[in-house]
Ligand binder design. Structure first.
Ligand code: 5GP
Length: 116
């Protein structure tokens, strides 16, 4: 069984955090250390540590990350200008929290390359 992270506590509302969205599959909240004017994390409610751990049964939740990202981008007013969605995997991918999360970043030009 994978070890829980702070995100499980946020999902269960054990840590006071403004939730921007929550349903049966995913939860979204602002990143504590924003790297852009809009920096939101969208996470599956189920603890899946990394992309390497995704199972076929998780496909609905993984798809929901995208539909919620789209909704939140519209809500933030960044949909038309554009934004970036990032999912880091393991140490070389720069993953720090081992509970899959999609970063939604926008509100300023982000450049054309993803680099270290
Ligand atoms: P990673 O590098 O794993 O893809 O991204 C983890 C993200 O989670 C980082 O951007 C970090 O700022 C954010 N983060 C870490 N701990 C917390 C927390 O307790 N609350 C919130 N809202 N964000 C967090």
């Amino acid at each position: 069984m994978a070890e829980e992270t702070i995100f499980s506590k946020i999902i269960r509302k054990e840590i006071p955090t403004e939730l921007l969205y929550q349903d049966d599959l995913v939860t979204a909240f602002r990143d504590i250390s924003p790297r852009a004017p809009s920096h939101i994390l969208i996470v599956p409610n189920k603890l899946i540590p990394t992309v390497n751990d995704i199972e076929t049964e998780d496909e609905l939740a993984m798809g929901r990350l995208f539909t919620v990202a789209k909704k939140l981008a519209q809500q933030e007013g960044i949909a038309d200008d554009g934004y970036r969605l990032i999912v880091n995997c393991n140490s070389h991918g720069g993953q720090e929290v081992y509970h899959i999360h999609m970063h939604l970043l926008g509100g300023r030009p982000l450049g054309t390359l993803v680099t270290g």
